[in-house]
Write a protein that binds this ligand. Structure first.
Ligand code: HEM
Length: 366
């Protein structure tokens, strides 16, 4: 018996070869795009992951906590619009008389959730406004009128310069001096920091957006703006000497007496005012609108309060507010997402989903 020979596999017709080559090229291009986005092609390119790794290199890892502004407290309240900003932005939050619920957070910058309140002169306020139409406005503001740097690259260089030297446990003064010499744009911030004192209260601080944004009016016209929250309370005494934690107790005490209020002041840029440089203030004579009143009437611990799982990404904006050309904004959005992903995935692994109590803190952090 003769075995029947196996038929030859059908050869690929020559006319199909270019198609297969094209498919191969497309797959390669997709793989290269992933590699580029993942930073594998240029390991020194600044990525959000590198920014967050640098925060961790500087201060260590505190599972479940924000990688910056780690020490804070949740608050809640509402915003009542005066209607003054409605001519410049169609956002529902600015409609005359509109009352919008707010979930917020006060904090101090830095990656250590046990840092003493007096370790930095800066306080922060983050807010999430949820409009009746479901759209949200998220903003994070700091209690200084200018940011030290204008770009994410300079911010990264600053973090690198601040990394503690293993020999001393402190940043190397030579590296810091070299950073400031290479970044003269930090001058306005440094002048502010020279006289700034840590305040005794979150309630008596002004909080600036620092980055510029755009308001979009009913005709689609864009207006460059910055905003700040100006406090009604002005009795900012000196911070209590020798105490590490006083901001939370002060806020609780004030809220037990009365809700705390801030005016939302929106400054309109003149043509030519820089919108891509948070190191520069705009001249003081610019038109400023009193857009309404923020009322904070309750506070909750950040471990269990509603702000815990909010990412105060400043690019989450309602119809009527848009980002400007400030390069810090997309970098903030990307870095906050990495921080958020890390802290919320760690959160899921903490026993009972609760954060370590004060007793369980590492000795070094007390
Ligand atoms: C490239 C520049 C910046 C980087 C990489 C950066 C990084 C971060 C990170 C990682 C967080 C924690 C986010 C989270 O886990 O939810 C954070 C929080 C915060 N940042 Fe920035 N930041 C930058 C610039 C700014 C600027 C210009 C402001 C100006 C106001 C600002 C204000 C805040 C505030 C208020 C918070 C606290 C938000 C909260 O309470 O949850 N940051 N930042």
């Amino acid at each position: 018996m003769h075995a029947t020979p196996e038929p030859d596999p059908t050869p690929i017709p020559r006319s199909l070869l270019p198609r297969f080559l094209l498919i191969g090229a497309i797959l390669l291009a997709i793989a290269a795009a992933f590699a580029y986005v993942g930073g594998w092609l240029a390991p020194h390119r600044l990525t959000p992951k590198r920014l967050i790794d640098q925060f961790q290199a500087n201060a260590g890892v505190y599972p479940g906590y924000r990688r910056n502004h780690a020490k804070g407290v949740c608050v809640a309240g509402y915003f009542k619009s005066s209607g003054q900003a409605a001519a410049y932005s169609v956002a529902q939050v600015f409609a005359p008389g509109e009352r919008t619920p707010v979930v917020g957070r006060f904090a101090i910058p830095g990656s250590n959730p046990y840092a003493p309140d007096g370790s930095v002169p800066i306080r922060s306020m983050a807010l999430r406004f949820t409009q009746a139409n479901g759209q949200q406005w998220r903003t994070g503001m700091n209690s200084m009128p200018v940011f030290p740097v204008a770009t994410p690259q300079a911010f990264f260089a600053q973090l690198q310069a601040q990394q503690p030297d293993p020999a001393t446990g402190k940043p190397d003064p030579k590296k810091l001096a070299a950073f400031f010499a290479a970044h003269p744009e930090t001058a306005a911030f440094r002048a502010w920091a020279k006289t700034a004192k840590p305040s005794a209260s979150f309630a008596t601080e002004s909080y600036w957006s620092l980055d510029a944004f755009e308001f979009v009016d009913a005709k689609g016209v864009r207006h460059a703006v910055r905003w700040r929250m100006a406090p009604e309370a002005t009795d900012s005494g000196a911070a209590p000497a020798g105490q590490a934690d006083y901001l939370d107790a002060d806020l609780r005490q004030r809220l037990a007496q009365a809700p705390q209020r801030w005016k939302l002041l929106v400054t309109l840029a003149n043509p030519g005012d820089p919108t891509d440089d948070a190191t520069q203030t705009w001249p003081a004579d610019r038109t400023t609108l009193d857009a309404g009143m923020l009322v904070i009437d309750s506070e909750q611990a950040q471990d269990s309060g509603a702000c815990r799982d909010i990412n105060y990404d400043p690019t989450v904006l309602p119809h009527g507010i848009a980002i400007s050309d400030d390069p810090l904004l997309p970098a903030r959005s990307a870095a906050y997402a990495v921080s958020y992903l890390r802290r919320t995935s760690e959160e899921a692994h903490l026993p009972g989903s609760a954060r370590p109590s004060a007793k369980a803190r590492p000795e070094s952090a007390r």
